[in-house]
Design a protein around this ligand. Structure first.
Ligand code: SAM
Length: 240
């Protein structure tokens, strides 16, 4: 009974937040600055939720790093890195001889990532504040990872094109994110998560893996959590 009441309260609260976010979004279409403002108040909470859910996300983040084909000494770009949830998985694989750049438009999210880097004493992990859709780092990478970012970045296709341009030919672009599940159990779960995602400006109805399938080679695609999560990866074609 208590659980039902709590569920009812959380669902109602989520739906209310999402409805007001949609009204606000209609009035002010989001851009990277708007996203950064939205994450200003959320960064600490996001970090706390991330730490709380960390155990559950370990297999998915680990699989993302595996699909990105990370190697010791590799150069890796973590797109929309947020509070740095992927960094331990990347750093573990590239080691001290590798090079990692985390990009995000939110200074508040990056501050949490900076605290993690300092606490671990990583000297080869750099953070850059930038709009992923206008990214120009003047450098090439062996792999680009993006987790829970492609549903958040307003110009998702633009950001994916910029990410691909930062890859060496043959380098891998690997993405992990939520999706709208068609499974009887996954569908209600993913629609509820989508309501919450919309509060932060996200949209799980996007299908960025289709862009990836069309623009890369050796394309791989997997679903987890009864279709509520997807992992996708592909290599930058050699001929570009
Ligand atoms: C849901 S969080 C994911 C963070 C992290 N990748 C993770 O796995 O926990 C989405 C992140 O995308 C970032 N973001 C959204 N739009 C962006 C843009 N145009 N350029 C750079 N970062 C962006 C937000 O600031 C936020 O940190």
């Amino acid at each position: 009974m208590v659980t039902k009441a709590r569920l009812f309260f959380v669902s109602g609260f989520g739906a209310g937040l999402a409805a007001s976010a949609l009204v606000m979004r209609a009035a002010h279409p989001p851009d990277a600055e708007a996203v950064a403002r939205r994450y200003r108040g959320w960064a600490r909470l996001y970090h706390w939720i991330g730490v709380t859910l960390q155990e559950r996300l370990v297999p998915a983040r680990d699989r993302l790093a595996e699909m990105a084909r990370l190697r010791p000494g590799g150069r890796v770009l973590d797109l929309a890195c947020g509070t740095g949830g992927n960094l331990p998985f990347i750093r573990e694989r590239v080691g001290p001889g590798g090079y990692v750049v985390g990009v995000d438009c939110s200074l508040d999210m990056l501050a949490q990532a900076r605290a993690l880097i300092n606490a671990r004493g990583w000297e080869n992990v750099r953070l850059v504040r930038a709009d992923a859709a206008a990214l120009d780092l003047g450098a090439r990478f062996d792999a680009v990872l993006c987790s829970f970012g492609l549903s958040s970045i307003p110009d998702c296709a633009g950001a994916m094109a910029r990410a691909l341009a930062h890859l060496e030919p043959g380098g891998t672009f690997a993405a992990l994110d939520g999706r709208l599940s068609g499974h009887p159990v996954g569908a209600p779960l993913s629609h509820f998560v989508n309501l919450m995602a919309r509060v932060a400006g996200g949209d799980l109805s996007r299908r960025p893996w289709e862009w990836l399938a069309a623009h890369t080679t050796d394309f791989q695609y997997e679903e987890k959590l009864v279709g509520a999560l997807y992992l996708a990866a592909g290599r930058r074609p050699i001929y570009i």
